[in-house]
Design a protein. Sequence first.
Length: 302
Amino acid sequence: MHKQHENELYYAGRLKLPLISYALDMTYLERLDETYVDFTQVHDCFEIYFCLENCLQMFVGGREYELSSGEFLLIMPGMPHNVVSNPSEKMKYLDVMFEWPKVEKGTEQHRPLAKKISKLASLDFAVKGSCNLAHVTKLLNKMEKEMKERDIGWNYLFRGFCLEFLIYCLREVIEPVTIFPAEMENINLAIKITKYMHNNYSEKITLKDVAEMMHVSSRQVQRIFKDFFGVSFNRALNLYRLNHAKNYLIHTDLTIDEVAWKVGLSSPQTLYKLFREQENMSIGKYRKREKERLRNVNYECS
């Protein structure tokens, strides 16, 4: 990576880009030009080089590639690669690094996209694709605008634009994902249950009640939650309540007991335990930290 100039698009750090039941991590994004002198690199993640202007020449895994505007290379983890530097020839390109979650055994049928992308990691060559350059350019301009202005919610919009770019590229180099009727039925059921949780999290919700309401067995509900979310129904419900509790802690002055009651937890002790497990800190420390962050954001925007 090289030193960022005033008008560059640059991001370094772990940014979670959420999908339905899991997330990918973007760790680096930068728009570069011919002034950047590259060297042979190897990373334990996927990487996309997207040619934005003129021509981009690269060596990847001992093979030579040439990209025109609108074309990109998907480089697999562990592949040595470098851009051929020639300061006398103008060029612009985007470099993006991201990590894809491993597909756990037994969940492959419900995570076909993740499964297909994970398989790409075993290839010993880079995969070349092409996208609509005008669309990509608009996305990059939106990213840069949000990073510069940093208006309220900018990070959420920036995250969305990054995810759109990655999916836009990835769908050009992998075969379409096929979802069979039985899988679609389970997906729809998972969505219905999560919607029910969203609307009723403050009430007493049991696995048995949800199963009866959805006209399925408790065992099927448990299996769907394990397959799609990697946790049990009760665990997912408690984590969902925890996220709502965070909003109350940050935006209100309710007591811990009141917050626990508001989100449907059986006792404040359960809320204390969830915080220790998920945030590795006390509720008081979390509340103080996030309220301070909120004050700083409001101050910057005033």
